[in-house]
Design a protein around this ligand. Structure first.
Ligand SMILES: Cc1ncc(CN)c(N)n1
Length: 222
């Protein structure tokens, strides 16, 4: 049976496809993405993740139960202890350190997305916030899993394999499965009007994801 995540994706199927099958993603899969595009994306993503860790901290504040607080803590930990290490490891190879990263001017696409999510969380409740966060976490989990399972994905000599493997990895996949169940439980019993509100937020965050990939590609457009 379709769960909440399936229903939200179905409501914005074209946008979801444009996000998860973006040219940037195809470039990661076959290794053809220009390094400068990936570098721009990844350095902005470092800043992005700091704001997303703040959003999970806000989820802790909006929590109603101890379990909600644990979920918020796990969200922060997944970013701070796992995901950001990947970013720092790529950046180290390029000679870019943490201080250089925090000095970077934020791209407008980055500001739009991160502040949108924080605003949804501040104006709404815990469910609004987790729905605004869902395309990020669950989308990358879906992309990583698909690319890792696709025999057409280039393995040998693909500089982006580490990226793919992290999002396809057990730790990330388990976190996604838990988040998926969690949002369904938070939304248990909602009516059509509330679903429509959440659906709009999910679609908007998905559109902001598309913009984030495009920002990476646009960095190398001549
Ligand atoms: C823009 C973006 N979206 C999602 C993720 C996966 N947490 C990410 N690192 N960056």
């Amino acid at each position: 049976m379709a769960d909440l995540f399936d229903r939200l994706k179905a409501e914005c199927a074209a946008d979801w496809h444009a996000y998860t099958d973006h040219a940037f993603v195809r470039g990661l899969a076959d290794g053809s993405l220009p390094e400068a595009a990936f570098r721009h994306y990844l350095t902005q993503d470092y800043l992005f993740l700091i704001h997303f860790a703040r959003a999970f901290a806000l989820a802790g504040y909006k929590a109603k139960t101890l379990d909600d607080i644990k979920r918020a803590k796990e969200g922060i930990s997944a970013i701070v202890d796992v995901e950001l290490s990947l970013h720092l490891s790529y950046c180290e190879k390029w000679g870019i350190g943490p201080a250089d990263l925090t000095d970077l001017p934020e791209a407008v696409e980055n500001m739009a997305y991160t502040r949108y999510v924080l605003e949804r969380g501040m104006a709404g409740d815990l469910l609004d916030l987790h729905i605004a966060l869902a395309p990020c976490m669950l989308g990358y989990g879906e992309i990583g899993k698909r690319l890792a399972a696709d025999p057409a994905t280039r393995r040998v000599g693909n500089p982006y394999l580490e990226w793919i493997e992290m999002y396809a990895g057990e730790e990330c996949q388990n976190a996604c499965a838990e988040e998926r169940e969690y949002i369904a439980s938070l939304a248990d019993g909602i009516g059509e009007a509330r679903f429509n509100e959440l659906s709009r937020c999910f679609r908007d965050a998905t559109r902001l994801e598309i913009g984030f990939w495009q920002m990476g590609l646009d960095a190398v457009r001549t």
